[in-house]
Write a protein that binds this ligand. Structure first.
Ligand code: FES
Ligand code: FES
Length: 231
């Protein structure tokens, strides 16, 4: 167990150094100030994960739902999400913290989930791309990505959206330079980033006019946008 906890600590240090410092609200509470006050925000759980043979049982709260996942000590958060929680939006690209395709929100901060051990997520609040929409209704940021064709192959898009979501939660009125900075850890081989930046700026404008500058939230005023391929 000591080895596991040492590895957890080392992983957290690497992952926290990779992403922006913004704090992000969970879907249940998208107010960044409220999120900062949440239990576990930026803290390790007081009780270590349950160990059963070579399996750990972790209990993160994912997209507002309490989950119990059996993983091995070396399982990453990305693998836990994709293979144990059936949440496949976050993608593995490089697997070493360079591409950003695996970005999710953990305890209010964007992290490269390929660099976080699942054990570290025990008791954590996790938000993935699947947690942004309200049923069939996409989050305004997702809608703007669709409207402006801010993707081609789409492999980078879940991580890109989560990085932009984190930015808007922390900074509802970003400059273009701040959007560029927010996605500098997200690699996209298909677009030239221009439609991504435009979509994020448009979403910021919508969110500010619809809800005030406090926080991104589900936009219930406009009709849902279907995000389909070009056909
Ligand atoms: Fe995690 Fe590339 S897969 S940063
Ligand atoms: Fe293909 Fe970004 S849309 S890598």
């Amino acid at each position: 167990m000591q080895i596991i906890l040492q590895r957890v600590q080392s992983t957290v240090d690497r992952s926290s150094g990779r992403r922006a410092e913004s704090a992000v609200a969970s879907p249940a509470s998208r107010d960044p100030q409220t999120a900062a006050d949440q239990p576990n925000a930026g803290e390790r759980p007081a009780v270590p994960p349950q160990v059963n043979g070579d399996q750990l049982t972790i209990r993160p709260r994912i997209n507002g739902e309490q989950r119990s996942l059996a993983v091995t000590p070396g399982t990453t958060l990305l693998t836990a999400l994709r293979e144990h929680a059936s949440l496949t939006a976050a993608k593995e690209g490089c697997g070493q913290g360079d591409c950003g395709s695996c970005v999710v929100i953990m305890n209010g901060r964007p992290v490269n989930s390929c660099l976080v051990l699942a054990a570290e997520a025990d008791g954590a609040e996790i938000t993935t791309l699947e947690g942004l929409a309200d049923g069939e209704r996409l989050h305004p940021l997702q809608e703007e990505f669709c409207r402006r064709w801010s993707f081609q192959c789409g492999y980078c898009t879940p991580g890109m959206v989560m990085s932009c979501f984190a930015l808007l939660a922390a900074n509802p009125d970003p400059t273009e330079a701040e959007v560029r900075e927010a996605v500098e850890g997200n690699l996209c081989r298909c677009t030239n980033y221009r439609p991504i930046i435009e979509a994020t700026m448009a979403a910021a404008s919508r969110l500010s006019s619809d809800h005030g500058p406090a926080a991104p939230t589900i936009d219930s005023a406009s009709p849902p946008v279907a995000c389909e391929g070009r056909g």
